[in-house]
Design a protein around this ligand. Sequence first.
Ligand code: ADP
Ligand code: MG
Length: 694
Amino acid sequence: MAASRPPRAAPAPEPAAPAPRDDLVAGPGVREKLAKLGIHSRFDLVLHLPLRYEDETRLTPLAEAGTGEPVLVEAEVVECEVKYRPRRTLVVKCTDGLGELWLRFLNFYPSQVKQMAPGRRLRLFGEVRPGFFGAEMVHPKVRVVEEGAPLPTALTPVYPTTAGMSQANLRGFIEHALDTLLMDDTLEPALLERLALQGFRESVLLLHRPPPDVDAASLADRTHPAWRRLKFDELLAQQLAMRIAYRERRAKSAPRMPDKHTLTNLLVKSLPFALTRAQKKAWATIAHDLAQPHPMRRLLQGDVGSGKTLVAALAALQAIENGWQVALMAPTEILAEQHYLKLAHWLEPLGVKVSWLAGSLKARAKKTALEAIARGETQLAIGTHALFQDEVAFERLGLAIVDEQHRFGVAQRLALTGKGSEPHQLMMSATPIPRTLSMSYYADLDVSVIDELPPGRTPVVTKLVDESRRDEVILRIRESCAEGAQAYWVCPLIEESETLQLKTALETFETMKATFPDLAVGLVHGRLKPDEKAQVMADFKAKRVQLLVATTVIEVGVDVPNATLMVIEHAERMGLAQLHQLRGRVGRGTGRSLAILLYHQPLSEMARARLKVIYGTTDGFEIARQDLLQRGPGEYLGSRQSGAPLLRFADLERDADLIELAREVADAMISERSHAVERHLDRWLGRRQFYLKA
Ligand code: ADP
Ligand code: MG
């Protein structure tokens, strides 16, 4: 391999995964089972680490064995009999000369009956419990031995396995891999020393075959130096793959769109307010990105209400000034529609042609929209998933904006990007990504943060109210609406059944109408036709509706500054991100806002913890951090990572220091074009590299 060759990147995202390094010595049936465990090569076997260990390195006399802990005992069979009552059971009586032990097996093979013939010496591993006849072991692990047979010198690993693959078999495969693979280090000794990490081979061997005197607690909680080394390697592989993807993108070309300050300036001048410092900063960064000849892939993060839409509008205008088309995609029709209304209101006076495209458009309207997009007449197309259907063809798409990006899958975002040759991409998210996540799973993106809210906002006050005090809440709504404010009443989330959820919404609507005969009450839910939804939202915006009963469809993006009161029913059923988003629907104007979270007793521990967090802070970043803590990254990341490997060993919270180290080392290795890059990736990611590309 030539020294000047840049490190190999993850393979291109082909429809099928590339062939793994397939060096398993096993037949097809076994391969299939190993594949279920994510094992495709001997190296994967080496990285298949034990869940826990059993100590079979010392014998416990029967007289001392009844401690409730699993132990290894040695005893000689006295009797071996199959009993049929109350059910077919193999019962074996044995002794070690001093004590007696009964073994019971409910499922057994004839060979086991032979194996435990009287006179045989057995080593038995299991828990000794008081039984009907005396001390007993149920289904112990059995090995027939000669007297004085040597004991193992290492703890026995117990591996995660799958149906049809016994521990003993799996252990055999892993032992073979450990004995035959060259597990040399991918990292230089000097680097290991600097990072205070131990060797790879040494670490792997320790984890598979720990000596009996190992610090068991540090193995169990994965803080042992051997674990640290493996976690570091895993994180390093992730960082390398992400950073390579990042560099590859920087090497691609995309249209340059320098800021011409024509349309963008006009918009800024037409606004009734000034941009916040944070908006200006984010906008300057994006303006710079768009002027570069390679594709932007930027994530714009900002808490709910921080004003991301305006920054998106400026980005769109910069592309439009340069003669390019822009697509803005939102995850729900309500949100897309809000964007459409707002952006049309801002941009049409500047002469920009904005089009609306959603699945629900009537055939004629849709055809017109599609034609305008295809002819390049439409300068900004706004819509839902409908935007990346096959029938949508842009004349020259230069920028794709994705709002609430975490709600889209990778495939959907790629489909939109695929509509231009290499469009710039701006993703927006109000679900803040904790630093450890943005350093790991999002390391292939550039990130900008809007870290302040527009001035004059008073933070939303949150109250937790037991459902039994509903009357006080009703009173509160009456008062607020009498003062000219508006309110939301959010119906409970019913995860099991959409029909039931709809029914609840309809019932709540009826109840509210009866409770407030003098107020205009509206209802919005996911099953309304889009034009009906739009009508209700328009009525609410125009204050023709004072109290809006809603399902969680209003969760994202809905922007009605005059609404200052929000009641959320069964708040204990909702997730943190969802509560934060819902609460973000109020506190958008200058009025004081209140969110009332109604809860029903009894509260689960998780629900209590969630409510405590949402009560205690309105800071989206803190909420996201707590959310990550409570749920773990798998769920937190949702669709972005579907199909992609989550970290197996490292923990984003606890191993944050290792992430930083891995990032630094990855950057250095890539800059130096170290050969170790390829070897390390190959070892750690193998066939999984494919996923990381997206
Ligand atoms: P989000 O970041 O949640 O998408 P929006 O873009 O919907 O927030 O903005 C929330 C509200 O704040 C909107 O009504 C928007 O017009 C308004 N807004 C945006 N920027 C400013 C600003 N600099 N000053 C005052 N109001 C602003
Ligand atoms: Mg928004």
